[in-house]
Design a binder for this molecule. Structure first.
Ligand code: UDP
Length: 338
């Protein structure tokens, strides 16, 4: 049976991937330092996997070579899916050192440990932020990569490092450039859990808990159809399926490659807000503020390459994502009061 190491498997995107890997019959080892991930999520995943698939959780930090190397000493790893990273754009501008050390140096340690144990296949969690300010939309993979903040630069550096390692050592990578990830497990067992939360959908939904809360909309004067920013919201379970396909592609001897993961469709902040009101059946209090620094007006993926080469077709709609996100928010509110 194939054993997959998932770094950052206790986090939002990572945990949904662990769920999908377990359901696809893989053995899974989670490596996470629990700084942003949650042990409660690991416990849920362990329960799900009790039906037969082996799952181990190892707490450790990628900045420590010994921590990550010991995982490969303990388990016979066949491939890695690498999520562990900081991902807040604003924080990366304020404290770039934190990002370069964790994201870039941490990945260097991971790649070193992999190759010392003859593991040469990795699926990497990259981002649309590597493209920077869009020169055209929808953005395809040929769009120039000129990230405009340290977060995006760390992810692009890692992509470049992976290309160099392929040329020199034969390390095969698939880099998946996510647009805006949304939604939660359809059965509400796991979901997005950031503290503080900065993302649009959970923030709108959170404002429905407690009567005094309002949702803050950043900017209504963009050059878009309704003045608010347009993003491409891709469902987290659809996203997980893309990772499974990428992993299988690598395990079948696939070459290094990279794909956009998005839906080809943009939704404005106002449209997302309306979808949240419709799903929750509540009138949500709205406060319009000025623009948030660094937000491009529109980011939409051209996802044809992933469809053609990986056979990945996202199936869920924005309403599906808002519905599962809302169900998860109710779970968070009830069971994990924070
Ligand atoms: N946004 C907002 N209020 C919030 C959070 C986000 O108006 O509380 C807007 C944000 O300005 C952007 C869009 O929603 O235009 C998506 O932001 P998010 O942080 O979810 O993702 P990003 O596109 O920044 O990765």
């Amino acid at each position: 049976m194939t054993t997959v190491l998932v770094t950052g498997g206790a986090g939002y995107v990572g945990s949904h991937n662990v769920m999908a890997l377990i359901n696809s019959g893989f053995n899974v080892v989670i490596f996470d330092n629990l700084e942003l991930g949650h042990i409660e999520i690991v416990e849920v995943l362990k329960k799900v996997s009790a039906s037969g698939k082996v799952i181990d959780f190892i707490e450790g930090n990628l900045k420590s070579f010994d921590d990550i190397n010991s995982v490969f000493n303990k388990h016979n790893i066949d491939a890695v899916v690498h999520f562990a990273a900081y991902s807040q754009v604003a924080e990366s501008v304020k404290d770039p050192q934190k990002y370069y050390f964790n994201n870039v140096y941490g990945t260097l340690n991971l790649l070193k440990a992999m190759m010392e144990h003859n593991v040469y296949r990795i699926v990497f969690s990259s981002t649309a932020a590597t493209y920077g300010e869009p020169e055209y939309v929808p953005i395809d993979e040929k769009h120039p990569q000129n990230p405009i903040n340290p977060y995006g630069r760390t992810k692009l550096m890692i992509e470049n490092i992976m290309d160099d390692y392929d040329r020199a050592y034969g390390l095969k990578s698939v880099r998946l450039r996510y647009f805006n990830v949304a939604g939660a497990d359809s059965n509400s067992r796991i979901g997005e859990w950031h503290n503080p939360e900065t993302h649009l959908i959970p923030n709108i939904l959170k404002s429905t808990f407690g009567s005094d809360k309002s949702f803050k909309m950043f900017g209504t004067d963009y050059n878009t159809k309704d003045g608010t920013c347009i993003r491409d919201y891709v469902n987290v379970e659809d996203l997980a399926q893309a990772h499974i396909l990428a992993l299988k592609y690598l395990l079948n001897g696939g070459e290094t490659s990279f794909y956009n993961l998005g839906t080809n469709e943009g939704s404005s902040v106002k449209e997302v807000f309306s979808a949240c009101e419709a799903v929750t059946n509540k009138k949500i209090k709205l406060e319009v503020l000025g623009r948030r620094e660094g937000d491009p007006a529109a980011l939409v993926a051209n996802n044809q390459k992933a469809a053609l080469k990986l056979g990945w077709i996202p199936k869920k709609t924005l309403t599906d994502s808002v519905t599962s996100a809302y169900n998860w928010e109710k779970e968070l509110d009830k069971n994990y009061k924070y």
